[in-house]
Design a protein around this ligand. Structure first.
Ligand SMILES: Cc1cc2nc3c(=O)[nH]c(=O)nc-3n(C[C@H](O)[C@H](O)[C@H](O)COP(=O)(O)O)c2cc1C
Length: 382
C-alpha cells in the first residue's frame, strides 16, 4: 500500500461521528472548538484572519488551487511550492509558473530553497523587488537532490550555519522571513527547538514545524510532543504546527496538544477543500458548511478551468492527479474518477463533468483513492 493510501485510510472524517463529539456534552452535535485562544495571528507585518494555513505541496499548491481554496473561505496564509533560489533569480519558465499569483491570491508567501546563502539572499531580494509579501525558507525537504546540495532538511544538521544563513536573508530584505522545517534530521538530532529559539533571536517571523524527522520521510506518525517542545523553546514567535491534519477534530487537537499559534494543512486540503471553511464556521460557532452536489461539481469545474487559464492544455495532465484526492469527498463515482485520471482534453473534461453531475453521489466509498506520488524506497535513495 502506498504511503498516501495508508495515511488516508486510518483517518477520521468530518462527517463521521468522532470521539470528540461523542464524548462531549454538546447538545447541538456541533464539533467543538479549541480551548486555545482565537486571537488573530500576526506574522511580520501581516495580520491573518485565520490560524489555519495551507502547507506547500509541490505539484499541487499552484495558483489555481490556492485561489479555489480562498474562494471557499477560511484560509489564513498560503505558501507556494518550493522554488529553487537560483532558478527564481534566473526567471526560468518553471520558477515563473510557480510564483505566478494574482490579487485574489493573498496573503501569500513564496518558498525558496538552496544550500547556498548568496542564492537565497538574491532570491529574497528578487521577491521583494517584484512585489511579493513574504518569504519562506525550506528546511524540511527530504529529497536527495535538495539535501545533496546542502538545502532542505540538510540545513537542520548545522544549526549555527543555518542561523547565519537565515540571518543574511533577513538582513537583505524588509519582508517577513519564515522557515519551514521538520523536527530534525533523525531521532538523534532533533534540532527544531534549538533552531526555533535561535531564529527567534535573529528576527524570523514564524516557523512551521512538520512533526517528523527527515529520516522518517513521510512514514509513521507525527510527533506532536516534538512540536510542543519547539513551541516551548520560543518566547513569542508563532510556531505553526503541521502534519497529518485531515479534519476539524485533528486541527483543534493539534492546537490544544502543541500550544501552537496556527496549523498548516497540506494533504488534508486536497482531501477536503472545504476544510478551512469548516474550521472557520466552527470557530464562529455555526454549523460547518456541508457542500451541496452542485457546489462540489462547480468546484471541480472551476479548479480545472482556472488552471487552464494559466497552463492551457497542459492542465489536463496537471489536473489528473487531483482526481484521486477529490473523488471520495466530491462524490465522484469510481469509474468516472478513473477517467478523470486519464482525460486528455478540455472537451473531454467538460463531457466527463456532465456525467459526474448526472451520477453524482453514486460512489460507494468516501475514502479517497489518493494515488499521490511520493518517493518510494529507503529514504537514502530519495
Ligand atoms: C507531494 C508533496 C509535496 C510537498 N512539497 C513541499 C514543498 O514544496 N515545500 C515544503 O515545505 N513541504 C512540502 N511538502 C511537505 C508538506 O508541506 C507537509 O509538511 C507534509 O505533507 C505534512 O503535512 P500534511 O500531512 O498536512 O500534508 C510536500 C509534501 C508532499 C506530500
Amino acid at each position: 500500500m502506498s504511503y498516501s493510501a495508508r495515511w488516508m485510510s486510518d483517518g477520521e472524517d468530518d462527517r463521521r461521528p468522532s470521539h470528540r463529539r461523542r464524548c462531549a456534552n454538546n447538545s447541538n452535535n456541533m464539533p467543538l472548538q479549541s480551548t486555545t485562544s482565537q486571537q488573530p495571528i500576526t506574522i511580520g507585518n501581516r495580520e491573518l484572519t485565520s490560524r489555519f494555513f495551507l502547507a506547500p505541496l509541490a505539484g499541487y499548491t499552484h495558483h489555481a488551487f490556492r485561489v479555489m481554496l480562498r474562494r471557499l473561505g477560511g484560509l489564513g496564509l498560503a505558501t507556494t511550492d518550493l522554488v529553487q533560489a537560483q532558478m527564481l533569480v534566473s526567471q526560468t519558465r518553471k520558477s515563473m509558473e510557480l510564483v505566478e499569483t494574482s490579487p485574489e491570491d493573498r496573503p501569500l508567501s513564496v518558498q525558496i530553497f538552496s544550500g547556498v546563502t548568496e542564492q537565497l539572499v538574491q532570491a529574497a531580494k528578487w521577491l521583494e523587488d517584484h512585489g511579493y509579501e513574504g518569504i519562506d525558507i525550506n528546511m524540511g525537504c527530504p529529497m536527495a537532490k535538495v539535501n545533496g546540495s546542502g538545502g532542505g532538511a540538510r540545513l537542520m544538521c548545522d544549526t549555527t550555519g543555518a542561523t547565519e544563513m537565515v540571518g543574511r536573508v533577513i538582513d537583505a530584505v524588509d519582508l517577513p522571513v519564515t522557515v519551514k522545517m521538520r523536527l530534525g534530521w533523525d531521532n538523534e538530532n532533533l534540532t527544531a527547538p534549538e533552531l526555533a529559539a535561535a531564529f527567534e533571536q535573529i528576527g524570523v517571523a514564524a516557523v512551521t514545524v512538520h512533526g517528523r524527522t527527515r529520516q522518517q520521510g513521510f512514514q509513521g506518525t507525527v510527533n506532536r510532543e516534538g512540536i510542543r517542545e519547539t513551541v516551548q523553546a520560543v518566547k513569542s514567535m508563532p510556531i505553526i504546527a503541521n502534519g497529518d491534519v485531515r479534519n476539524s477534530d485533528e486541527a483543534f487537537s493539534m492546537l490544544d496538544e502543541t500550544g501552537c499559534a496556527a496549523v498548516a494543512i497540506g494533504r488534508g486540503a486536497m482531501l477536503d477543500p472545504w476544510i478551512f471553511r469548516k474550521l472557520r464556521d466552527i470557530e464562529q460557532g455555526i454549523t460547518p458548511h456541508k457542500p451541496t452536489a452542485d457546489e462540489q461539481v462547480a468546484f471541480l469545474s472551476d479548479h480545472f478551468h482556472l488552471m487552464r487559464e494559466q497552463h492551457g492544455d497542459y492542465s489536463c495532465f496537471l489536473f489528473r492527479k487531483f482526481a484521486a484526492w477529490y473523488g471520495g469527498r466530491l462524490g465522484i463515482p469510481e469509474d468516472l474518477e478513473d477517467r478523470l485520471r486519464r482525460f486528455e482534453s478540455a472537451a473531454e473534461f467538460d463531457s466527463l463533468l456532465k456525467e459526474i453531475r448526472a451520477r453524482h453521489g453514486e460512489r460507494e466509498s468516501e475514502i479517497a483513492t489518493a494515488l499521490i506520488k511520493v518517493p518510494n524506497g529507503p529514504v537514502e535513495h530519495w
